[in-house]
Design a protein around this ligand. Structure first.
Ligand SMILES: [Fe+2]
Length: 695
């Protein structure tokens, strides 16, 4: 929102019960005797959701046994020394919000760097934070931002942020990041206590970062059960020095994915061992902790106050009735998922609108997580499900024009179609989808960036081309997709919904449509198409996925979990004759096909391997790395979009180097703005390193 006057801003702020600071036209020197006491603000400072004239500021000041602080002085300045303070206010903090503090700073100038800090009555101050407002609506300057996802402080180090800070500090001013888009898994609610898993996780040692006071132990891990537990895990993550420095350097725009609530969470259900458990109280608790720890412009029905969440009362009641969009009608479910609305749109000048959606709170159940789906999987083909099976399961009762088959063939056997009476899979839900399509259509920005927490690019293999005798016969008719636990179960297998969105983009002549996503723990660059050969291939946009900041990916998992004797090991973590270590041949599998993998393992010759590409397998993919970690940077101008992947080695331990450690590679993926009716295209440039299995 744009505030045209101090009065309208303050009226709005009063209605929100928000501590609001209004930028004054004349800057003055700070009158506060601030001295830094970072130890009293252990979770650091943050800012979020910048607009062209305002931004949210955040800190937490926990009480000490001998003193409770319930009021903080907030200053916003044009300089780091606070000689030119432009806005001040007093903010209340209280136990009701776990001593966290959100302040809306308004009346700011567009596209400007500001500095902010919090100070108590005794002069004990937070560290100084830096934030940046968005360019104004008609400003055609380029926009640059990073997008990230999946940081796991229980299992790894956040070196990617150190690298991001190092590069940004040294960049020319026009090449600095305007903000960081965090696409979820900011926390992992699933925590392994070191003693429960002495062997660690894959290559990782487990860190003792949090103990849940009221946690529940499932198998060998622990999950939060109430708001105190969810708060505890946010606090433990914010004690990471690299994450804390990143939050102090840039405004963050955050959206939750699954792990902010629950691993296999959908709506307010949790799923463990294939069984759904109603968890309305936990969904509300997860939303409350998100509200408290992530400064963001979110809507909550309890009112617009920023000071506290006011959780609605819910009980964990069974959810048995779902409407025609798969939305559970149980009243506590509806109350819980509506207790915080995360989807929203933000604008950066003339060139960019960021439309962020929520893929977890309104989604229907993921078909491949159903126990019935196991009948379509085989340990001979780890993670593979025939595409024609995924297609039937996704479409449910809408398959074949409303005439779904009663059974589906798999390896010569007819298996019951357990989805035949259910609606097609949705990740957005009807209400959010309508909002999303409306925003897309109305956006006047050059680039419409869809901030989708989950990936949209098909993850595909061609086991039908395996030589006979290598393993059992492929039970599918043609290509294979993947199940949710192998990385799909996202918008890449929600064919009906994705098709609806892409058809809308095409039919409305929407150009500059680009998707940025996380969740898959891998880097992907490609074009957005609703179907692949032998069906029609008609790209309507470009799409990217960023590698995880630190959570393990499937290459690491396969290295540990796939037997050395598995007949298809070459397709996942194969080794050429000269290789001392397993290589990420799964990248070849997904981009080029099985023949390329087998050739690589035979000869170790990557050029020979590439020459055996199956051109129909993945014409939509220009780059894929299932083993990469790091972050991605998007740079948009009036006529182009460029995404850079910055890939670091597996972040097993914290790097003590100022640059966060070495790089594995840096690649750039550029699209020129296409006109209506033209096909979007991506050009790849390898800037440093050699991601030879990925290109
Ligand atoms: Fe993740």
């Amino acid at each position: 929102m744009i505030f045209t006057s101090r009065r309208s801003f303050l009226q709005m702020a009063a209605a929100m019960g928000a501590a609001a600071a209004w930028g004054e036209p004349f800057a003055t020197r700070s009158k506060v005797s601030w001295h830094e006491r970072r130890d009293l603000y252990s979770e650091g400072v943050a800012s979020g959701d910048p607009e062209s004239d305002s931004v949210l500021l955040w800190t937490r000041r926990a009480p000490k046994p001998d003193s409770i602080v319930d009021r903080l002085h907030v200053e916003v300045a044009e300089d780091e020394s606070f000689n030119r303070v432009v806005a001040t206010t007093e903010a209340q903090i209280s136990e009701a919000a776990d001593w966290t503090c959100r302040v809306l700073a308004g009346g700011l100038k567009p596209a400007r760097v500001y500095w902010y800090r919090f100070t108590d009555v005794k002069g004990n101050g937070s560290r100084v934070g830096r934030t940046i407002t968005a360019p104004a609506g008609d400003d055609a300057r380029p926009v640059r931002f990073a997008f990230v996802s999946c940081q796991n402080a229980n299992q790894g180090a956040q070196n990617a942020y150190r690298r991001m800070i190092f590069e940004d500090e040294r960049a020319a001013e026009e090449n600095r990041l305007g903000f960081v888009l965090h696409l979820g898994d900011f926390i992992y609610e699933i925590v392994w206590y070191p003693e429960d898993r002495p062997q660690g996780m894959y290559d990782r040692r487990l860190r003792d970062i949090v103990r849940y006071e009221h946690g529940e132990k499932i198998r060998d891990f622990h999950i939060p059960t109430d708001v105190g537990d969810y708060r505890a895990v946010y606090r433990s993550y914010l004690h990471d020095p690299d994450l804390q420095d990143a939050r102090a350097r840039w405004p963050f725009v955050c959206m939750w994915d699954n792990h902010e609530f629950s691993w296999i969470g959908w709506q307010s259900l949790q799923q463990f061992g294939g069984v759904n458990h109603p968890a309305q109280t936990r969904k509300v608790a997860a939303n409350q902790a998100f509200f408290e720890y992530q400064p963001a412009r979110l809507y909550k029905p309890s009112g617009p106050t920023l000071s506290q969440f006011d959780p609605p009362k819910v009980v964990d009641a069974p959810i048995s009735h779902f409407d025609e969009n798969g939305l559970g009608q149980e009243p506590n479910n509806l109350t819980a998922i509506r207790s915080l609305r995360g989807y929203r749109a933000l604008r950066w000048g003339h060139n960019m609108e960021l439309i962020i959606t929520d893929q977890r709170s309104y989604r229907s159940e993921e078909p491949t997580y159903r126990p019935e789906a196991h009948a379509f999987m085989s340990s001979n083909f780890p993670g593979f499900i025939p595409e024609e099976v995924l297609d039937v399961l996704d479409a449910g009762r809408s398959h074949n024009g409303g005439h779904p088959p009663a059974t589906i063939e798999y390896g010569g056997t007819e298996i019951a179609n357990f989805r035949k009476d259910q609606p097609p899979t949705t990740l957005l839900g009807a209400e959010q989808k309508a909002w999303f399509l409306d925003r897309l259509q109305k956006s006047k920005a050059t680039w419409k960036i869809w901030g989708n927490t989950v990936a949209t690019l098909d993850m595909r293999a061609d086991p039908q081309n395996l030589p006979r005798g290598l393993t059992s016969a492929w039970p599918g008719a043609g290509y294979a997709g993947f199940d949710a636990s192998s990385g799909a179960g996202d918008h890449s297998t929600a064919y009906v919904e994705r098709g609806e969105i892409y058809d809308f983009v095409r039919d409305h002549g929407i150009t500059g449509f680009a998707t940025v996503a996380g969740d898959r723990h891998s880097f992907w660059a490609g074009v957005a198409a609703k179907s692949l050969p032998p069906k029609e291939f008609e790209p309507v946009g470009v799409a990217f996925v960023t590698g995880s900041i630190s959570a393990p990916g499937v290459v690491e998992a396969f290295e540990h979990a796939l037997s050395r004797e598995h007949p298809l090991r070459s397709l996942f973590v194969g080794q050429g004759p000269q290789d001392a270590q397993p290589q990420p041949t799964i990248n070849l599998l997904l981009k080029r096909g099985v023949q390329s993998c087998l050739e690589y393992v035979r000869s170790g010759d990557i050029l020979k391997a590439r020459a055996l590409s199956n051109p129909d397998l993945s014409p939509h993919v220009s780059f894929v790395d299932m083993g990469g970690h790091g972050y991605a940077v998007v740079h948009v101008t009036s006529d182009s979009l460029e995404t850079e992947f910055v890939c670091i080695p597996r972040p097993l331990e914290r790097s003590e180097r100022a640059d966060g450690g070495p790089l594995r590679y840096r690649t750039r993926h550029r699209a020129n703005l296409w006109r209506k009716g033209e096909r979007p295209k991506l050009e790849l440039k390898i800037v440093e390193g050699d991601p030879r299995f990925s290109v």
